[in-house]
Ligand binder design. Structure first.
Ligand SMILES: Cc1ncc(COP(=O)(O)O)c(C=O)c1O
Length: 468
């Protein structure tokens, strides 16, 4: 394979001499300037990593180095096609290594976590019971509703209660039938870490299997399928600094092999023959290809593998330590602002990744998020974060305050989420803390209006004094 195609372009920078927070990994967009409604420009502070993280520079460089060699996978006889096929299969091995999969696990490239969990839902054995907490992202809560008998467990208020609740639910089931537990590794709302190993032990003790939704965990912590003893794991490339439309489902091969293909089509089929009665007989692959019908997204898979290598080289211990420091900077920086209330299931001090949701008394969340963007160049998210039952429970019917941005119902029952990761500079978090303090103390400096239920600056930066 040409060196250019395999080059791992940018080395991860060595940490500077004992900074308070080690150097962030280089990401695309780190120098993008955005206009402020109040005039001038500021470097954009991307603090919505939990939705989509910026691409690692290293991932972008690797993809750019490969791009001239791009070819069809599993199809062509040509050199580039064979090279691309090798690259795709190597990516599969790299990601399986990143996840510390068992030797006989299968790793399927999908489009996203949502796609991965829908794939698993499509291969559940007949009569499979599914157990899931109400706290899950909709991608982990909803696919099973179509597939089997689903038990939705109430939100627990501690990791120990989560395990106890699952134990109780599983004890009541028919121990001979198939069952699946689906659980997140880290909440996309509170960032809190879930007791995955203990939940896996509980599931297995009752003859159930478990799938880990690692969409928010894999970008922040090492995930070992073996150590956690989970049966499957799912995650998305775009949250792992590899935004090229790929995701992963990895784990036990049997249910994947025993079910029909997720999508019927080329690539999934080994042989197709016409029957005498006019119909068609199909022999499906028994490998991951069974569920990868159609032309695979080789760039997406390669980008995920590149991100896996970059994060492994940076070291999850170091990444987690700097993220902990950033979480502390947010918590401590806002500790004396009583109007700011963080959302939490397991308590304020529970271990978490760099994801924090909060409401601000007296503010409509949409208004607050709009002001962070328009007046400070900070991108956060407001809403229910595709985890409606959890956010509603955490808000407890609290509207988060009715702000002055148009109708009071706009943004009601919403929260604000700030999230960050390996590419976040300290300055972004410091700016966020300063902005929240100023907005709470002084109010917005701009006017906003409600458009389709969301607050927007009026006028906006594009026609405001910055003239941008
Ligand atoms: C915990 C969790 N699971 C699943 C998903 C779905 O991921 P995707 O939209 O990439 O399919 C998300 C996305 O935010 C998430 O946070």
């Amino acid at each position: 394979m040409p060196a250019a195609a395999t080059a791992t372009a940018t080395a991860v920078p060595a940490a500077a001499a004992e900074p308070s927070v080690p150097t962030p990994l280089p990401v695309l967009g780190r120098d993008v300037a955005v206009p402020l409604v109040t005039g001038g420009e500021v470097t954009y502070a991307a603090l919505d990593y939990a939705a989509s993280a910026p691409a690692l520079q290293r991932v972008w460089d690797d993809v750019a180095a490969y791009a001239p060699y791009y070819g069809s996978v599993h199809r062509g006889a040509g050199y580039l096609s064979q090279l691309s096929t090798d690259l795709f299969e190597n990516a599969r091995r790299t990601v399986a290594g990143f996840l510390d999969c068992r030797a006989d696990d299968q790793l399927v490239f999908t489009r996203s976590t949502t796609d991965s969990l829908n794939l698993l839902a499509a291969v559940l054995p007949d009569g499979c019971e599914v157990f899931v907490f109400e706290t899950e992202h909709h991608a982990a809560l909803l696919p099973w509703q179509r597939a089997g008998r689903v038990t939705v467990l109430d939100a627990p208020d501690s990791p120990a209660r989560a395990v106890a609740s699952l134990e109780r639910a599983l004890a009541d089931r028919d121990p001979h039938g198939p069952a699946l537990v689906c659980v997140t590794g880290a909440s996309n709302v509170t960032g809190e870490l879930w007791p995955v190993r203990e939940l896996a032990a509980a599931a297995h003790a009752h003859g159930a299997r478990i799938v880990l939704d690692a969409a928010q965990l894999a970008p922040h912590r090492a995930v070992s399928v073996r150590e956690l003893d989970v049966d499957w794991v799912a995650f998305s490339g775009h949250k792992l600094y590899a935004p090229f439309g790929s995701g992963v489902l990895a784990g036990r091969a049997d249910w994947l092999r025993e079910a029909g293909p997720y999508l019927a089509g080329g690539g999934a089929s080994r042989a197709v023959t016409r029957r005498a009665d006019g119909g068609v007989d199909v022999e499906w692959h028994e490998t991951a290809a069974r569920h990868e019908a159609g032309s695979p997204n080789v760039i997406g898979a390669y980008a995920i593998a590149s991100a896996c290598k970059a994060l492994t080289e940076a070291g999850f211990e170091a990444l987690a330590a700097r993220e902990d420091a950033l979480v502390r900077a947010v918590r401590e920086g806002l500790a004396d602002v009583p109007e700011v209330r963080f959302l939490s299931l397991f308590g304020d001090d529970a271990p978490r990744v760099g994801v924090l949701s909060f409401v601000v008394d007296g503010w409509n969340s949409s208004h607050f998020a709009a002001a962070l963007s328009a007046e400070y160049g900070i991108g956060v998210r407001d809403g229910l974060f595709c985890a409606h039952p959890l956010v509603r429970r955490l808000l407890g019917g609290d509207t988060g305050g009715a702000g002055e941005c148009g109708a009071p119902e706009a943004g009601a029952l919403n929260a604000i989420r700030v999230s960050f990761g390996a590419g976040t500079p300290e300055e972004h978090v410091a700016r966020f803390v300063r902005a929240v303090r100023e907005l709470v103390r002084d109010g917005a400096r701009w006017t906003y209006r409600t458009v389709e239920g969301r607050c927007v600056p009026d006028p906006s930066a594009t026609d405001g004094p910055s003239g941008a």
